[in-house]
Each structure stands twice: as structure tokens, then as C-alpha cells.
Ligand binder design. Structure first.
Ligand code: NAD
Length: 493
């Protein structure tokens, strides 16, 4: 472990242990920030911002390019640390680092494309334009399940936009944050001319996140986590007129229609429902199956579920690793018990490998056949529970699909063009992500990522998400000798 951390430039010391969900073992120690050190870091972030905003954007892109090179060189090590600290299988740990590399590439291109509009002025001899300026120091608060990629989505864009960054990672994944920061510092050293403290990490529990949320020197707070967290943080940022980018819980669904290619649908269900042990914000949680294919698809699914390789995420062949901790296991058991009380029929869901890993929380992913979309189904339980429901009528299933508080990701499996188009039409899925013949998870970085309703409304990563990290200015220049007023107003003295 120490060799791995050393290779990534992390020295671990401090009072707080960092543990692996694989077996509950201590894998390092970290020092939490206190109010004093958070204050010092925010002040330093402001100083760094004032220098960085004047560096031309393509030069800023060069720093992000160098960071991408560090990630490429250390992909295996960082991917492994993600697996050790977050418990996702190695392939997914590596995939997470690849996502960081991809967003670096995206951001480098973006650094030459921070375009504004030129707008026709109604006044003669005037030119009106829209300019995008750096916003200021950006706070990033992240969740345990994508311990490094979510930061990269935010930070790489913020950095090319001319902002400094201050990152509060999940208290469950501090080591991956320190490793990412150390790799970033290597890129800074190669770049040679970046201000000090351009990117910083603050460690601690939610109180540290609250300090960032309250601080008016941080005009943008990007926060990823539970809806509970967003409900607390959103009003705090809004009260000081800051902008928040909220990426909160999902309750993602798939509709499998009579014309669907069932082999494709089955594979998509498996990856989306049990991948990352059901701990993705885009995990498939609700499955609507047309009554005509229900007795074919659901028994086939149960059969595959029964043979899923559950085990250490470091071992080749494992598809289902551990839950993040005991509280998560207990939450899953509570949800299953509630679903049963509401008429659900449960397959799977019990604890696995308890003898081998008494302090690791492995589970058999659960399929729960529900008579209806009950209260428990409407709640996001961050564990591998797939609620399965039968449907008859397309309009009725669309209504049920949208009848949950969350609005992150969604998909339909169909070869019927009308159904496909209706799913992505204005009256179709109300989610931020709507897919046809693709599962709800595993989004590409090129699109804007995020969702509606209790998912928070934020958009990150691709498309024009960069605008959230900049401030928009409308500038008008009068190059005439007259002073005409807008709206034709006469105001002669
Ligand atoms: P969490 O809400 O417990 O914690 C997330 C982060 O917020 C942590 O860093 C935590 O310390 C901090 N925090 C908690 N309360 C806070 C407060 N009041 N003020 C400021 N900071 C606070 O979430 P988690 O258990 O780490 O992650 C799982 C959740 O994250 C799930 O609900 C999942 O759907 C969601 N998630 C969403 C996305 C997305 O893009 N929509 C991505 C990943 C995870």
C-alpha cells in the first residue's frame, strides 16, 4: 500500500484513518482541516485566481494538457487506488481515470473555444458583445462513488475557464483526492508558471463542506452527493447569491417494450443495475417490463443474478465488489424490508462473504418484483436493488416512469420508432439523460451530465457546461460621435 501511495506522491499522516471497503482495513491516515486552515486555503485560492484569470486561456489549457499526461502515466496506480478506496472493480477504477483523461482532452480543446456572441446593436455606431470571464475560485464538493472523475469534470473546465479550485472530497475517499492533487502539482511543476495554490484540497466531514458553502469569496459551488446534502447546501449558497451546480441522487429507470432486443436489454440491465455494486448515481433502479415479455425476461435475469461473481474488486473476474460501509448495507436491508411490507417479492439481497471479509460489506444484488411504484421504490437506496414492475400501456408506463422525485437518467429498449421518439420527446422522459437502446449509466464526457427535479438541475462535463464556471458580461462600445439612447428615449438637456 505504501509503495502505491508513494508512487502517487502521497505521504499519509494524521489522526484520521482512511479505510478500504474491501476488508475494512486501514490503508492510510489523513489530517482533517479545521476552520483556520480552511480560511487560509480560501484566502490563498482568491490570490491564485487573481493571477490565473489573466493567463491566456490556451496557456491555461496547456497546464490541463500536462495534467492529462500525468494521469496517463499513472493510470494504473490511480485506478488501483480508486478500487482500494471506493471498492469498485479494477476495470471501473481504471475507467474512472480514463474519464479524467478524456475530460482533460476536452478541456484543452475548450481552452481555445470560450466563445461569446456579437449581438446587433439597435443604436448606430455601437457594437455589443457578450464576453465570458473567469468566475472566481470554484468549490468542488464530491461524493465517494466517483472519488476523482467528478472533481476532474469540474476542475479541468474551471481551470481552463480561468478559475482556481478548492476541493472537499468525500470523507470516505481522502487518499484518492490527495493522489490526484499530487499528480496535479507535478503538472504545475512542469508548466512552471502557474500561481501557487491554484488547486487545493480541504479534508474533513460535512462541516468543512458547509464552510465552503457559506463563503461569499467562492462564487460557484459544485456539489455532488445525496439529495439530502443538496437540500441543505443549496439554500446556504443561494442566501449569499452564489451559484451552485447540484448533482444529486437519481432513481433511474428502463422501459423494456415488446419489440426490444432482449439480449441487448439484459446486458444493459446487468451493467447498469449491479455495476459498482449499485452505487452509481445513474444505477438502474426501476425496470418496467411489458407484460408480454415479462415471463421471459425476468426469470432469465434472475438466473444471471444467481451466478454473479461477487468478491474482492481487485480480483480478476469479480463483477460485484463491496458496498462502501456498514451503514450502506443496513440501508439496503431496511429498503428490502420496507419493499416486502409493500408487497414486493425479493430474490437475493443477503450479505455475502461475511466469513472471508467480516469488516467488508458484500451483498447479493437484489431483484424485487413490485406490484406498484410504492414509496420505497420512489426513494433512492444507494445499493444494488432493482425494482421490477410490469406494464401494459405505453402512456401509463411513461407517466409512472416520470412519477418519482428524481430526474437523472432514463432509457428505453425498443425497435419501434414511435416509442423511441416518444420517449425522448417533450412529453417523454423528464430526465437530464434519456437513452434509446443503451442503459442509463456510463455516460460519455462529451454531453452535459446532470438531471432535473431532486437531482438538482446542475450540468457538468461536456456541451456548454463550461458556462457555469464563468461570468457573462454584456459589453457595448460606442464608436460614434453621438449618444443615442436605447429604446429611442429622448433625454435632451
Ligand atoms: P453525501 O451527500 O453523503 O456526501 C457528498 C459530499 O457532500 C461529501 O463530501 C460530504 O462530506 C458533503 N456534505 C454532506 N452534507 C453536506 C452539507 N450539508 N454541506 C456541505 N457538504 C456536505 O453523498 P455520498 O454518500 O458520498 O454519495 C452518494 C450520493 O451521491 C448518492 O445520492 C448519489 O446518487 C449521489 N451522486 C450523484 C451524482 C450526480 O452526478 N448526480 C454523482 C455521484 C453521486
Amino acid at each position: 500500500m505504501n509503495d502505491l501511495l508513494n508512487s502517487l506522491g502521497v505521504t499519509t499522516s494524521g489522526a484520521t484513518p482512511a479505510r478500504s471497503p474491501i476488508d475494512g482495513a486501514e490503508i492510510g491516515r489523513v489530517a482533517y482541516d479545521d476552520a483556520g486552515s480552511v480560511e487560509t486555503k480560501i484566502a490563498a485560492s482568491v490570490v491564485a485566481f487573481k493571477a490565473w484569470r489573466d493567463v491566456p486561456a490556451p496557456r491555461r489549457g496547456e497546464l490541463v494538457r500536462l495534467f492529462g499526461e500525468e494521469l496517463r502515466a499513472n493510470k494504473d496506480a490511480l485506478g488501483r487506488l480508486v478500487t482500494l478506496e471506493a471498492g469498485k472493480i479494477l476495470q471501473e477504477g481504471l475507467g474512472e481515470v480514463q474519464e479524467m483523461i478524456d475530460i482533460c482532452d476536452f478541456a484543452v480543446g475548450l481552452s481555445r473555444q470560450l466563445y461569446g456572441l456579437t449581438i446587433a446593436s439597435e443604436r448606430p455606431g455601437h457594437r455589443m458583445m457578450e464576453t465570458w470571464h473567469p468566475a472566481g475560485p470554484v468549490a468542488v464538493i464530491s461524493a465517494f462513488n466517483f472519488p476523482v472523475a467528478v472533481w476532474a469534470w469540474n476542475a479541468c473546465l474551471a481551470l481552463v475557464c480561468g478559475d482556481s479550485v478548492i476541493w472537499k472530497p468525500s470523507e470516505k475517499t481522502p487518499l484518492t483526492a490527495l493522489a490526484t492533487q499530487a499528480l496535479f502539482e507535478r503538472a504545475v511543476a512542469k508548466f512552471g508558471a502557474a500561481p501557487k495554490n491554484l488547486s487545493q484540497v480541504v479534508l474533513g466531514l460535512r462541516d468543512v463542506g458547509e464552510m465552503l458553502a457559506k463563503d461569499a469569496r467562492l462564487p460557484v459551488v459544485s456539489a455532488t452527493g445525496s439529495t439530502r446534502m443538496g437540500r441543505e447546501l443549496g439554500p446556504v449558497v443561494a442566501a449569499r447569491f452564489g451559484k451552485s451546480i447540484l448533482e444529486l441522487g437519481g432513481n433511474n429507470a428502463m422501459i423494456v417494450t415488446p419489440s426490444a432486443k432482449l439480449d441487448l436489454a439484459t446486458r444493459a440491465i446487468l451493467f447498469a443495475a449491479v455495476g459498482t455494486a449499485g452505487q452509481r448515481c445513474t444505477t438502474l433502479r426501476r425496470l418496467f417490463v411489458h407484460e408480454s415479455i415479462y415471463d421471459k425476461l425476468v426469470p432469465a435475469l434472475k438466473k444471471v443474478y444467481a451466478g454473479l461473481p461477487i468478491g474482492s474488486p481487485l480480483e480478476k473476474g469479480t463483477l460485484v465488489g463491496p458496498l462502501i460501509d456498514k451503514a450502506s448495507f443496513e440501508g439496503m436491508q431496511r429498503a428490502l424490508s420496507n419493499a416486502k411490507d409493500e408487497g414486493g417479492s425479493i430474490t437475493g439481497g443477503a450479505r455475502a462473504l461475511e466469513d472471508k471479509f467480516p469488516d467488508g460489506f458484500y451483498v447479493h444484488p437484489a431483484i424485487v418484483e413490485m406490484p406498484d411504484q410504492t414509496k420505497t421504490v420512489c426513494h433512492e437506496t444507494f445499493a444494488p436493488i432493482l425494482y421490477v414492475m410490469k406494464y401494459t400501456d405505453f402512456d401509463a408506463v411513461m407517466a409512472r416512469h416520470n412519477d418519482v422525485p428524481q430526474g437523472l437518467s432514463s432509457c428505453i429498449f425498443t425497435t419501434n420508432m414511435q416509442e423511441a421518439e416518444r420517449f425522448i420527446a417533450a412529453s417523454g422522459s423528464d430526465c437530464g439523460i434519456a437513452n434509446v437502446n443503451i442503459g442509463p449509466s456510463g455516460a460519455e464526457i462529451g454531453g452535459a451530465f446532470g438531471g432535473e427535479k431532486e437531482t438538482g438541475g446542475g450540468r457538468e462535463s461536456g456541451s456548454d457546461s463550461w458556462k457555469a464556471y464563468m461570468r457573462r458580461q454584456t459589453a457595448t462600445v460606442n464608436y460614434s460621435d453621438a449618444l443615442p439612447l436605447a429604446q429611442g428615449i429622448e433625454f435632451a438637456v
